[in-house]
Ligand binder design. Structure first.
Ligand SMILES: [Zn+2]
Length: 212
């Protein structure tokens, strides 16, 4: 079975995790998010699309990638997008003990500060692979908003084509949804085709966009 949206049992079990934006006042809002960057050629492309459409989005960056691409990271800041923590080396919470996991997040946090990002409100964290243990949630939930997703594009999978990715994000579209795409090399071809078309069709359906 293909899981596009998280099953109810998971959402209620991990109630400290955010699977959508809970704001009853806002209707037809979407929250685009991009994981695993910054990546040359890909993040630039995404930024360009967002800028052309006056959209603010959220980028869950890997600390090591920020270190490699400081200029690109500066662009994210300059264009006033939201930046969240995605660990220093994209570690899997289920395979990492809690103290190492927290160190990974702390290291990424230091990089964010070092390269000039200032949080506006409670810092955001998204666990790589969506994998995080109860202990890790407990240790993090007071300092971070732990942001999961409502809709996945599956854009990083080599056997998905751009049309499938577009369908994956358009079909379950609903107000307040958090959408995950990737500004990574793996997702590059899919995202370059699917993102412009997605923005166009979502706008045609009356949706607007915001950062988390
Ligand atoms: Zn990731």
């Amino acid at each position: 079975m293909k899981i596009i949206t998280p099953p109810i049992i998971i959402t209620s079990l991990f109630h400290s995790l955010e699977w959508q934006i809970n704001d009853a006042r806002i209707s037809r809002k979407l929250y685009l998010s991009f994981d695993d960057g910054p990546t040359p050629q890909v993040t630039d492309f995404v930024l360009n699309q967002l800028c052309k459409n006056s959209i603010k989005a959220s980028f869950f960056c890997i600390g090591a990638n920020i270190k490699k691409e400081p200029q690109l990271f500066q662009e994210l800041i300059k264009q006033q997008h939201r930046v969240g923590n995605h660990t220093q080396h994209h570690v899997n919470g289920w395979k990492t003990n809690t103290s190492t996991y927290l160190n990974e997040i702390e290291a990424c946090e230091k990089i964010l500060q070092e390269y000039g990002y200032q949080h506006d409100g409670k810092p955001l964290f998204r666990p790589p692979y969506g994998k995080i243990t109860r202990d890790q949630i407990k240790a993090l939930k007071h300092k971070y908003r732990i942001i999961m997703w409502s809709i996945l594009g599956y854009d990083w999978l080599p056997y998905k084509n751009p049309h499938q990715c577009l369908r994956n994000i358009l079909k379950p579209l609903r107000s307040n949804a958090i959408i995950v795409l990737h500004d990574s090399l793996k997702a590059s071809i899919n995202i370059k085709h699917a993102l412009p078309e997605f923005i166009k069709q979502a706008k045609d359906q009356g949706y607007t966009f915001d950062k988390i």
